[in-house]
Design a protein. Sequence first.
Length: 175
Amino acid sequence: MLSLLSVFSMSLMTQVEAATAEDLDNDSRQALQILYKSHPLAQTLSESAKAILVFPNVVKAGLVFGGSYGEGELLRGSKVDGYYNSVSGSWGLQAGAQSYGYAVFLMTESAVNYLRESKGWEIGVGPTVVLVDEGVAKNLSSSTMKDDAYAFVFDQQGLMAGVSIEGTKISSIRR
């Protein structure tokens, strides 16, 4: 069973090919437009965010053991400030595969600096990240935003229940 899972996971992960810088730039900007259309609050946050870390396509697969992988970029205004990958592993009651995008709006310079200076940022360690869902979005406004970062998961496709970015490791890559 473990070997079947390995073959299944690897076949899905190889579909996430290393993107060129130009591909990531285009995909990230398109992903943000999709996010802004589905979550207008995200566009409001973008106006005061110091930077936006966007992963336009993350692939997740699992059968008891699972993992996810995606590549993205850090945007400061309209300029790319670096390229990153997002990797996570999990185990438990899970089966299936899916793809999704996510964006993390870094609201403070200290959060941006932490991302740059860490040798891999584990979500849940370091700056406080709030995962924005329908419930959080109803109570969030420019006057109530006090956390270091806000994350949105969007454009989910596939057959796997739930997406969590807790335990995800984000590391700098070269493009």
